[in-house]
Design a protein around this ligand. Structure first.
Ligand code: GZL
Length: 312
């Protein structure tokens, strides 16, 4: 009987336009802004009524927003979780209210039964691709790397660090000598890179900077130039996201490599949600998006032109 009711409920919901709440982290990076743009477009395409909440990068604001969505009795919740821990209680409340939750671009440590699916890239793989690129680029030359980590405690910061270390494993000539969070922002990325340059005798023995996202890399590029060094040659720059501005830097020879992260996590999320609401189809717990390495030899000007109007 309960199965019949579930199907009836799902069918009823599917018949009318659905309302989805989106707890977005904020707008800390160009990539995040693009994800918001694309999510609104994907909702529009499907006639989904999207309720948007910007948390200014604070977990407590995300939890408040999710509770408000639950109180409004909406049909589903998207959340890009700023950090990986501290979600059990609010996810339990959503489950008790029979409101499916889908994670976008970051994961949480909570039990997988507490969310419908997570739409993310393979964050470890991204870091590994970045590490492998640097290993290939430097060969057997000694290379001291400074690392700009993403938001402390976020799954991308944890996984991209892990992946990069896997990528350089076995290359004892490559060492991460300094590593600190730049919180995924250009401003913090620049500030932390300035402190690295000061601490490393003006940057003479820094061979490369690995930034967990392009926005911190762009900030680091600014700091390197202001220190009188040439980013892209004196200090190699490798990062992740593939936002338009990193391709402008590549065109100028100031950045070397980036690993693409699609801003369209919502399309696959909405498709999985529809199958679930229409016919109770349980999606896999992870829907993986593709990653692609871009370097200076991939016509950065053309890539910039193709990406510049996508809402970054
Ligand atoms: C990664 C995503 C990260 C982006 C950053 O999946 O969570 O958050 O790489 C953004 O640009 O801040």
């Amino acid at each position: 009987l309960s199965a019949a009711f579930a199907t009836l409920a799902a069918t009823t919901v599917a018949a009318s336009a659905i309302t989805v709440g989106f707890s977005q982290i904020g707008s800390e990076s160009g990539w995040r802004a693009a994800e918001t743009t694309v999510t609104r477009q994907e909702a529009e395409k499907r006639g989904i009524d999207l309720k948007f909440a910007d948390a200014q990068q604070k977990q407590e604001n995300q939890i408040k927003a999710i509770r408000s969505f639950i109180a409004q009795g909406i049909d589903a919740i998207l959340v890009a979780p700023v950090v990986a821990t501290g979600w059990d209680a609010v996810l339990e409340e959503a489950k008790d209210a029979d409101i499916p939750v889908i994670l976008l671009d970051r994961t949480v440590d909570s039990d997988k039964s507490l969310y419908l699916t997570a739409v993310t890239s393979d964050l470890v793989h991204e870091g590994k691709v970045a590490g492998e690129w640097l290993a290939k680029d430097v060969g057997t030359n000694p290379c001291n790397v400074v690392e700009l980590q993403g938001t402390t405690g976020s799954s991308p910061a944890i996984d991209r660090k892990k992946g990069f270390e896997e990528g350089i494993a076995g290359h004892d000539n490559i060492k991460i000598t300094r590593s600190q969070t730049g919180d995924f922002t250009r401003t913090k990325g620049k500030e932390v890179m300035e402190s690295f340059l000061r601490a490393e005798d003006g940057g003479k023995n820094i061979c490369a900077v690995y930034a967990h996202n392009d926005d911190m890399a762009v900030g680091a590029i600014q700091a390197i130039k202001e220190a009188g060094l040439k980013p892209g040659t004196d200090i190699k720059v490798v990062s992740i996201d593939a936002v338009p501005d990193i391709f402008l830097a590549m065109e100028a020879g100031e950045a070397n490599a980036t690993v693409e992260l699609t801003p369209n996590m919502a399309g696959p999320a909405f498709d999985a949600l529809k199958a679930y609401l229409d016919s109770g189809t349980e999606p896999p717990k992870w829907i993986q998006t593709e990653s692609k390495l871009y370097t200076q030899s991939d016509d950065p000007k053309a890539v910039y032109e193709a990406k510049k109007d996508l809402g970054y």
